[in-house]
Design a binder for this molecule. Structure first.
Ligand SMILES: [Zn+2]
Length: 386
């Protein structure tokens, strides 16, 4: 047991994960859909190990879950019978020795040839690790483990990059895993697991999103804070600075969308019309001189439009004014966001300009009934070109 402890300590793996821990988790949710069980158990194991899983480990977990359900049926769905028959198996560790690939230096040995560490049996692996721990200094082992993990990490895709690729390619869970399995077969651990990109995505979603049958509302302060956080993470700043994030915002309606037979709870709701309010971050300026520290190079790309409100509603002057007033009230109530990271403290203020609008909206805001009226002087078509 002492050796086990040292082994886990120096290879910076957390406490051993027993099959029983996974079995208990499985018992809680065995009624759920199979894909959900696999997802939750993978997440549970990743949380436990504090790292993402490799392909081989995921396969191992899948087989373990399969073994749970077959044995569960075999022992008449009785927990005590199951535990009685599978006690030894349940007490074994699921990934014992899997992440170790250090071979003890071997001199000439008589007798049976030494098999490689990967091919060795469970017991042999355990014995060789014990030998290694006894014969080598703890400091050297620690350094070796660090070096191995460094070299295996080079050439891996960061979780953020994988998430961006996943969103850009607009692919499904299945397609992502298919791509990941092929690439990881050539370059080990190149793509992170699907579960880790789902977790990364969750961190980017602002809090307090309100969703109803016909509308979505994202709090302006929350989404601006998340946006500036993501951008500032990549920038270099002094110890403390004041910056302003400049954005453009606006809204537009569209019509002629497919009408589906799915019924709404309220009678007059329809999905034929859509009214979307969004904003685009343009640049970040620093200090009193407003020095540009970040500039959006794709300021007209729809990919960078961040939604504030999505409504199933027909565009009309009353709705335009209502949405405009609501957002403007939110803009007035915006507070300074403080970005804290290591030694950096950055105060972020926001400056939003209503510029993403078309002629219809502009006329509605100015209170003109006709779209043909000039928004600057109010001239009607009959008064023009005379
Ligand atoms: Zn005019």
């Amino acid at each position: 047991m002492v050796c086990d402890f040292i082994f886990y300590e120096y290879f910076s793996v957390s406490t051993p994960l027993k099959i029983r821990d996974i079995f208990n988790k499985w018992l809680e949710m065995k009624q759920c859909k199979k894909s959900l069980i696999v997802y939750e158990i993978n997440k549970f194991v990743e949380n436990h190990l504090r790292r993402s899983l490799h392909c081989t480990e995921e396969t191992k977990i899948k087989f373990t879950i399969l073994k749970f359900s077959t044995n569960w049926e075999k022992y008449g769905r009785k927990k005590d019978l199951f535990e009685k028959h599978c006690n030894n198996w349940l007490d074994s560790e699921i990934f014992y020795g899997d992440s170790i690939c250090v071979e003890p230096s071997s001199s000439f040995v008589r007798g049976r040839p030494r098999v490689s560490f990967e091919e060795a049996s469970h017991r042999t692996k355990r014995r060789r690790v014990d030998e290694l721990v006894v014969s080598t200094s703890a400091e050297a082992l620690k350094k070796a483990a660090e070096k191995i993990s460094e070299s295996s990490n080079s050439g891996t895709l960061s979780v953020e990059k994988a998430l961006a690729l996943y969103v850009d390619m607009d692919i499904s869970y299945r397609e992502y895993n298919m791509m990941r399995n092929v690439v990881n077969g050539v370059h080990k651990n190149c793509f992170p697991s699907y579960y880790s990109i789902v977790e990364a995505k969750k961190k980017l979603i602002p809090d307090g999103i309100e969703v109803s049958e016909t509308s979505v509302h994202v709090p302006l302060q929350a989404i601006l804070d998340k946006t500036s956080n993501s951008i500032l993470k990549k920038l270099e700043f002094g110890a403390e600075s004041d910056v302003i994030l400049e954005c453009k915002w606006g809204f537009d309606g569209s019509s002629g969308h497919s009408v589906y037979k799915q019924k709404f709870e309220s009678q007059d709701a329809t999905d034929e019309f859509l009214f979307v309010t969004s904003f685009v971050p343009l640049r970040i300026v620093e200090g009193k001189n407003e020095k540009i520290v970040w500039q959006n190079s794709k300021h007209s790309s729809q990919r960078l439009c961040r939604p504030l409100k999505i409504l199933f509603a027909k565009e009309n002057p009353r709705l335009i004014m209502e949405v405009k007033d609501n957002i403007q009230r939110e803009i007035e109530n915006l507070t300074t966001y403080v970005y804290n990271n290591d030694k950096k403290k950055i105060n972020v203020q926001y400056r939003l300009k209503l510029t993403m609008i078309d002629g219809t909206v502009l006329n509605a805001i100015h209170g003109h009934k006709s779209c043909a009226t000039c928004v600057l002087c109010g001239a009607k078509p009959t008064q023009m070109n005379t």
